[in-house]
Design a protein around this ligand. Sequence first.
Ligand code: IMP
Length: 427
Amino acid sequence: MSAVVVIGTQWGDEGKGKIVDYLAEKADVVVRYQGGNNAGHTVIVGGNEFKLHLLPSGILYNDKTCVIGNGVVIDPAVLIKEIENMQEKGIDTSNLRISNRAHVIMPYHRLLDAVEEEYRGDFKIGTTKRGIGPCYMDKNARSGIRIVDLLDEEEFSAKLERNLEAKNHLLKAVYNEEGFDFEAVKAEYLGYAEKLRPYVRDTSAVLYQAIGEGQKVLFEGAQATLLDLDHGTYPYVTSSHPIAGGACIGAGIGPSKISKVIGVVKAYTTRVGEGPFPTELLDETGEMIRKEGHEFGTTTGRPRRCGWLDACVVRYAGYVSGIDYMAITRLDILDKLKTLKICVGYKYKGEIINEFPASLKVLAEVEPVYEELTGWETDISGVRSYDELPVNARKYVERLSEVTGIQIGIVSVGPRRDQTIIIHEVF
Ligand code: IMP
């Protein structure tokens, strides 16, 4: 049995897309289990750049089954556009399976995401404004519309009518916004339903069968540990569960079926949106990392906040997800630095604290305890084996492994598939 979960250990944008794409080559099935088109993966194959928001990275291989699980929230217009874009580039999408239990992002979710953010003022979360949070809110309020409902005109019309009554009232009374027209939304969404219908399945059953047959299944997390609704830096989080356990709920598989968990760690730290970030660099080093790493959001284009590698974050991610191996990405971005710092602990009011703070007030006030390491000042993008890495690059990643207690499984030295050093195979 091999079912591998790949998750982000930091605040997202660790380069999971590249690691998933690499592992997908060996997998039979690739699964998305949470989030929606707030995620953005860039994968480079054969000189072509592909930006994926909803489709699992495995879509780029014609022979893989790709699953969008029940835990994902789907904006049908976005998904259809992504499917059509792939088809235009000659990529076969017939192996896509969409969960009948996934929830649908409606136009009022997108508008509510925008107006609620505005309403929060200084307390804004910095969401991607894709309607993700409001869609999960309806799911939890038990008023959401699922794919199975969308495919049934009668059921969809009834749910849409009830939802629009409530949302239009909320939009007008609280936010002074025009509501949505029932007939227009209904016609638009029923059009989407027909385009999506051929792909819709009970994906939990699809996965149960695949795992039972001994197929290799890869679960790709979107966002990351510190954006997890329960375990992240709440409230500056997304509304789903990017940690490894999220795969069980968001794909409908049992925890006993997961064989390995890979945590993707970017060799430095970035974050988009608001919230405390202890190792943030607001100086020219931060600027240099942003420039070298092209650290601008795939989904929103926003400049990402950059900082030193924070081993406290990675250690925390390690235990909330039971990470077996780390995949360290973008090590090459640090090639030019003379010295590097790793945060190995937090001091709060003069005392070392061992746990990752739940209180954002504490997290905002902690003082990072840094260790300074000498840089390698060599271009490592052509290195293909671990032993060929400069000794200082090895010291850097090995120190991270020591502090976090997690073994190194993969080191990535560039965006291409071949720029990947494998230390431990997982499939
Ligand atoms: P939402 O997911 O759009 O509700 O945004 C909530 C928070 O998660 C914001 O801070 C976003 O910037 C962040 N976020 C959502 N998706 C991603 C992602 O794929 N990478 C990094 N940050 C993300």
